[in-house]
Design a protein around this ligand. Sequence first.
Ligand code: PLP
Length: 443
Amino acid sequence: MDHVDPRRLIPRTNDLLALPAVREARSRLSEPVVRDLVRDAQEKARRGDIAPGQVEPAVLAAVAARSATTLRPVLNATGVIVHTNLGRAPLSAAAVDALVAASGYVDVELNLADGRRSRRGAGARAALLAACPAAEDALVVNNGAAALVLATTALAAGREVVVSRGELVEIGAGFRLPDLIESTGAVLHEVGTTNRTHLRDYADALGPATGCVLKVHPSNFRVEGFTSAVGLEELKSLTAADGIPLVADLGSGLLAPDPHLPHEPDAATALASGADVVIASGDKLLGGPQAGLLLGRRDIIERLSRHPLARAVRADKLSLAALEATVAGGAPPVVQALHADIGTLQRRTERLAAALGVPVVAHAGRVGGGGAPGFALPGWALRLPEGLAGLLRTGDPAVLPRVHSGSCLLDLRCVPEGDDDRILEAVRKALAALGAADAGAAG
Ligand SMILES: *Cc1c(COP(=O)(O)O)cnc(C)c1O
């Protein structure tokens, strides 16, 4: 008998596309995505990685596993609450409901009572003003950086932004506030030194060219030792007389003081201290969606909202919906993680440790995401072999641990209690895989 090239037995594309499960998947996946999955399985067979008879099951498995998004939910076991690489703040149930409700047609810019166009995001604005009565008005834009660009463009393009040298920070991933500000056409007028800036430094700098004075909270580092900075009250005493806008970039997004974070600035205090406008992020300590908040004096917020750039940085309806629900709803996950009861954390950690037969160690959580630098949140972690980290990250569910001095640590602070058993299962699977790999290496 002639030898048949097994590659000729590979099922044809059209036959694979006609399989009922594949046809059904074409309602949730695009045509090119489905075709790629089919081609991948055929390629594997052509390379001899799988037998021709395995192509159909491989296509069915690939189609079932593939969703329209490649983003994967991750259980955050790092103890870092606002984890930028994990999308910062997880949304509250109220915020998720709100963004699902807003995902269709929605009255984001329409008054249903009279059928006329209305101010965009009026609900989010009202919620922010109710939560921060010190603000006369509020504007929501795409993110904190956009809020800063809008404020400096509208108030100081072609003029000067007076700012302390100690506050020209890099906010992460190589983005630097001074570059951002200069990109608007404003000129930075730096005053003082890295560690010390005095009121007279600002006083010497102010003049006809001043567009605004900017105070930036150094949110992701701490300078200690021989330092001095000028507070908003003192700055206000300088700027008020000439009507120079005083802008405070707080970063963190606290609307009111949090006794847990005594050194973290908040919008209400900054406004009461004299800031004309405060800038904050929606997805840091506020615990909401990515957004930039501008809160403060009515005339200045009005000026910013009328600037052409405001249209380029406007918030989308989903963010506006989620932001309003974050502010008006119950404590979001970020706030819950921040205030987590240490006894409860211990009990949860010990239960998993007993089930797995691994030790519990003291472990400090962090606020993260450029908030409360150096501030430790006392807590606990399961200590596992370092080799488990990669298996946990790539497992199902994906679990991100903290790898530290030769151990893989799992801190439950940012894990919803209802997910403890999923962590347990994930660790069991990873331990089994590690054991199998070790046995394979030994054998
Ligand atoms: C985080 C931060 C920003 C940038 O805000 P995004 O929402 O990330 O764009 C700006 N300034 C300060 C002080 C920050 O902490």
